[in-house]
Design a protein around this ligand. Structure first.
Ligand code: MN
Length: 228
């Protein structure tokens, strides 16, 4: 009895947190039987879809953000129904799940980070604490850029190259396959380049290195530095 009570209570709490009001709950009989409350949404794009041209074309942003990213979010929302992750936050799901749930949660988080790392006429170099940490770890910003780009070029297949920090602020570059994110190694993601072909093939075809070199021209270092 106690367990049932707890379950009902947490269910109601979750509905309240998700913004489901009483009238929505009362209208449940009018909802389709397989209706799912869409818990996760992709991050809002902080620029127009053509703002990153010519580094990333409007068409690539529209497909990558509008279709690929959306599919990961939709799959995640569908897959977590009825699992222990139903009311978990995204970072917890990435840290604790595996299989299809991990793939779609990882890609949801990865793309949220990725698409908010850019701006029109970005580029240049970070300032402040992140700049200092980069110099300490890699010798200079140029050396860091070189190592990061090389990691992305040499990653076999689909995946991500990440700049991440540990609890004491030490930076490292990680190569992750598929949906990998530094969170699963206990690190905090600072910057991630998507090296799945869907991120560059329309604009650069097989020239992944050219694409990665151009990405530095649109980085929003203010946003990226704030993650550090
Ligand atoms: Mn992608």
């Amino acid at each position: 009895m106690k367990a049932i009570h707890t379950f009902l209570f947490s269910g109601l709490t979750a509905l309240t947190l998700l913004g489901c009001n009483q009238s929505h709950a009362n209208n449940n009989d009018k909802q389709p039987k397989n209706s799912v409350h869409m818990k996760f949404e992709k991050v809002a794009l902080p620029y127009a879809t053509d703002a990153l041209e010519p580094v990333i074309s409007k068409q690539t942003v529209e497909l990558h953000y509008g279709k690929h990213h959306q599919a990961y979010v939709d799959n995640l929302n569908r897959l977590i129904v009825g699992t222990k992750f139903e009311n978990a936050d995204l970072e917890t799901i990435v840290k604790e799940s595996d299989g299809a749930i991990f793939n779609n949660a990882g890609q949801t988080l990865n793309h949220n980070i990725y698409f908010t790392s850019f701006k029109k006429n970005g580029g240049g170099e970070p300032k402040g604490k992140l700049a200092k940490a980069i110099n300490e770890q890699f010798g200079s910003f140029d050396k860091f850029q070189e190592e990061f780009t090389a990691a992305g070029v040499s990653l076999f297949g689909s995946g991500w190259v990440w700049l991440a920090k540990n609890n004491s602020g030490k930076l490292s570059i990680l190569k992750e396959s598929n949906a990998g994110n530094p969170l699963t190694s206990g690190l905090t993601p600072i910057l991630g380049f998507d090296v799945w072909e869907h991120s560059y093939y329309l604009d650069y075809q097989n020239r992944r290195a050219d694409h990665l070199k151009k990405l530095w021209e649109i980085i929003d270092w203010e946003v990226v530095s704030a993650r550090y």
